[in-house]
Design a protein around this ligand. Structure first.
Ligand SMILES: *[C@@H]1O[C@H](CO)[C@@H](O)[C@H](O)[C@H]1NC(C)=O
Ligand SMILES: *[C@@H]1O[C@H](CO)[C@@H](O)[C@H](O)[C@H]1NC(C)=O
Ligand SMILES: *[C@@H]1O[C@H](CO)[C@@H](O)[C@H](O)[C@H]1NC(C)=O
Ligand SMILES: *[C@@H]1O[C@H](CO)[C@@H](O)[C@H](O)[C@H]1NC(C)=O
Ligand SMILES: *[C@@H]1O[C@H](CO)[C@@H](O)[C@H](O)[C@H]1NC(C)=O
Ligand SMILES: *[C@@H]1O[C@H](CO)[C@@H](O)[C@H](O)[C@H]1NC(C)=O
Ligand SMILES: *[C@@H]1O[C@H](CO)[C@@H](O)[C@H](O)[C@H]1NC(C)=O
Ligand SMILES: *[C@@H]1O[C@H](CO)[C@@H](O)[C@H](O)[C@H]1NC(C)=O
Ligand SMILES: *[C@@H]1O[C@H](CO)[C@@H](O)[C@H](O)[C@H]1NC(C)=O
Ligand SMILES: *[C@@H]1O[C@H](CO)[C@@H](O)[C@H](O)[C@H]1NC(C)=O
Length: 523
């Protein structure tokens, strides 16, 4: 295990179990809770926690089992979880209705609580749409009595967003991925908009308000329920005499997050070693927030330069009481990070820094062609007992495609190439949407309990092998079969088909055509 990940846990943020959310004042006259979904996994009823209505996860997920965590004083969100014991499931997805193109902050919360009778939490992956987001390893936090959460900002690529858990090569056998809470909150368009969300997501590494200790703030201070952890070091702290106006900032930082600042005396450089853990060597989005703490006046401003790890980040920043944000949209970081603020030579006051955010830039893992996704979803619906992992992206990530589904990447899209559920015990009918999987080459569904007619699939120009033997299909042997340009084998034996074999099909040479006695067909 790379030590940078193990010791410092840079990919996730920690919150103490017992004060998780509890320090947030209950809103008396608060704004409406941020638009989104607050899903309390394993819960049986809706419950309002500090002004946010948490709903049960039923309806967002297929399968999985529920466990109650009994610990004295446990917070309601952590008192139930859902886990996924099925070893055959290639992923276990929550699917949420979203608005295509909109931006969301997604947070997953994990508190193990020994639900499986073990001592250490299972280790597994989390996946968002077709992208492997991160490993979920809560071992160290759990040992320290802490809850773990992860956050990512993504744009909805379609009308749904999926968040999935999957075992990986490091998951111990017999262990089950689990989750306590899932939040999907809608963000404003301007937020973090220097990132191209059609190709990237931003995974939260750190979000801190400087000059505070104690617990984090979130909703209602932050209308998007972002968590702003406290950060304090040996630098002097000042308190601001005015509030910023959040909407003036593209990222909408809440005034409460900028209320205090770290500073230093006149003429001196301000050095802040933040975040306090080592970072893996990659690219980050960095946003820093500043506000002059003095009472607003024409003279309450100061000018300084900013360096990050001794590289110029911003020159001659003028910070007034209205506040200002500076960001780097793709900044390389590795190991320790030092933010250095160097005052202008004539500045009568030292630099200040109030808050900061760092996100790791995650390249998206690609997309499955929407037409194929819709077709596969319709096919899943027409089966009465689809495999448990038939939810979320059918193709991606590649190692976590749906059971029986193999895909090819054609240009920028993944396409369904093989559907193979031979002898899987599937019942139901075969959806008409089969005919929309225009890149498919093999359909192997022999040995199931499928009923109804064989749907029209005359557009499947790549189809080479169609095996539907040993089912309960009824109706005629369709004539489109003869038109498939690449077809080599058609297995229809042991069904309940009727009527003649179309002349055109009989005429095609070079096809392995099996339609024996089981069918009532006239050859
Ligand atoms: C599994 O663990 C090894 C060693 O710690 C690590 O290098 C590797 O990245 C891990 N694989 C996954 C998929 O997490
Ligand atoms: C999980 O739930 C399923 C269906 O409700 C049940 O058959 C199975 O035994 C449960 N598994 C465990 C480990 O409790
Ligand atoms: C981000 O949003 C702000 C405010 O709406 C706008 O002025 C700016 O041009 C946007 N930037 C990008 C890269 O879209
Ligand atoms: C900032 O806003 C908060 C909440 O609206 C208010 O309680 C506080 O007094 C304000 N602070 C200043 C310095 O205006
Ligand atoms: C900094 O901004 C203030 C207004 O907020 C302005 O009055 C002042 O001249 C600026 N200072 C410099 C050096 O640009
Ligand atoms: C990608 O798909 C298009 C249309 O379906 C097809 O014409 C093209 O040959 C495919 N390309 C590859 C590399 O498979
Ligand atoms: C379908 O699955 C069976 C059993 O897993 C395997 O033997 C067969 O090769 C697969 N066929 C295709 C076309 O992938
Ligand atoms: C096939 O796809 C087209 C457009 O992509 C859609 O209009 C049609 O309804 C789909 N057909 C089926 C049977 O799903
Ligand atoms: C098979 O088809 C015949 C006539 O279409 C029908 O009478 C019979 O009930 C069907 N059998 C099954 C098992 O579906
Ligand atoms: C099948 O082939 C025969 C002779 O080769 C031809 O007369 C007939 O029209 C063909 N039928 C169809 C449906 O293609």
């Amino acid at each position: 295990m790379p030590s940078s990940f193990a010791a410092a846990s840079p990919r996730h943020l920690i919150i103490p179990l017992l004060c998780f959310l509890s320090a947030i004042p209950s809103p008396a006259v608060a704004a409406a809770p941020p638009r989104g979904y607050y899903i309390n996994c394993g819960a049986t009823k809706e419950e309002s926690i500090d002004g946010i209505p948490w709903i049960p996860d039923e309806g967002f997920v297929n399968g999985g089992n529920v466990s109650k965590i009994n610990a004295p004083g446990i917070l309601p969100l952590l008192s139930t979880l859902r886990y996924f014991p099925d070893p055959k499931a290639r992923k276990n997805c929550f699917v949420i209705q979203v608005s295509k193109g909109s931006k969301y902050i997604v947070r997953t919360t994990y508190f193990y609580g020994g639900f499986d009778g073990g001592k250490e939490p299972p280790v597994f992956d989390q996946i968002i749409d077709g992208t492997r987001w991160s490993t979920v390893d809560t071992t160290q936090n759990y040992a320290a009595g802490l809850t773990t959460y992860y956050e990512i900002i993504v744009a909805a690529q379609g009308k749904t967003l999926s968040v999935c858990l999957a075992k990986n090569v490091n998951s111990s056998s017999g262990s089950s991925p689990f989750i306590s809470g899932l939040e999907v909150v809608s963000l404003e368009n301007s937020m973090y908009n220097s990132t191209d969300f059609s190709d990237y997501a931003l995974s939260t590494i750190a979000r801190h308000r400087f000059g505070h200790d104690g617990s984090a703030i979130s909703y209602p201070d932050d209308p998007f329920n972002r968590y702003w952890q406290s950060f304090i070091d040996a630098n002097p702290v000042v308190e601001c005499h005015s509030n910023i106006s959040s909407p003036e900032f593209w990222n909408f930082p809440p005034p409460a997050a900028l209320m205090n600042a770290l500073t230093t005396s006149r003429g001196k450089e301000l050095h802040v070693n933040w975040p306090s853990f080592d970072l893996p060597d990659t690219s980050y989005y960095i946003a820093l927030y500043f506000q002059d703490n003095r009472t607003p006046s024409p003279f309450s401003w100061r000018v300084f330069d900013i360096e990050v790890n001794d590289k110029a980040f911003y020159k001659g920043l003028n910070v007034s009481a209205e506040g200002v944000m500076v960001y780097g949209s793709q900044w390389p970081l590795s190991g320790k990070t030092k933010i250095k603020m160097i005052p202008a030579s004539d500045s009568p006051v030292g630099p200040v820094i109030n808050a900061g955010e760092i996100f790791q830039i995650i390249p998206l893992g690609g997309k499955t062609l929407t037409r194929d996704v819709i077709a596969m979803e319709n096919i899943a619906r027409s089966f009465t007992n689809p495999p448990p992992d038939w939810k979320g992206d059918p193709c991606l990530p590649k190692e976590n495609s749906w059971t029986g589904v193999t895909c090819d990447v054609n240009g920028s899209f993944a396409r369904v190439a093989v559907l193979n559920l031979t002898n899987y015990g599937i019942a139901g009918v075969l959806s008409d949407s089969m005919g929309n999987l225009t890149a498919i080459s093999n359909i192997w569904l022999s040995g199931n309990k499928l009923t109804g007619e064989i749907p029209e699939m005359g557009n499947l120009n790549e189809l080479a092998s169609l095996r539907l033997a040993d089912n309960q299909f009824t109706g005629p042997i369709p004539s489109f079969l003869a038109k498939l340009p690449k077809i080599q084998e058609i297995f229809l034996q042991n069904n309940n088909l009727s009527g003649p074999v179309p002349e055109s099909l009989k005429n095609r040479s070079g096809i392995d055509l099996r339609i024996p006695q089981g069918n009532q067909v006239e050859i």
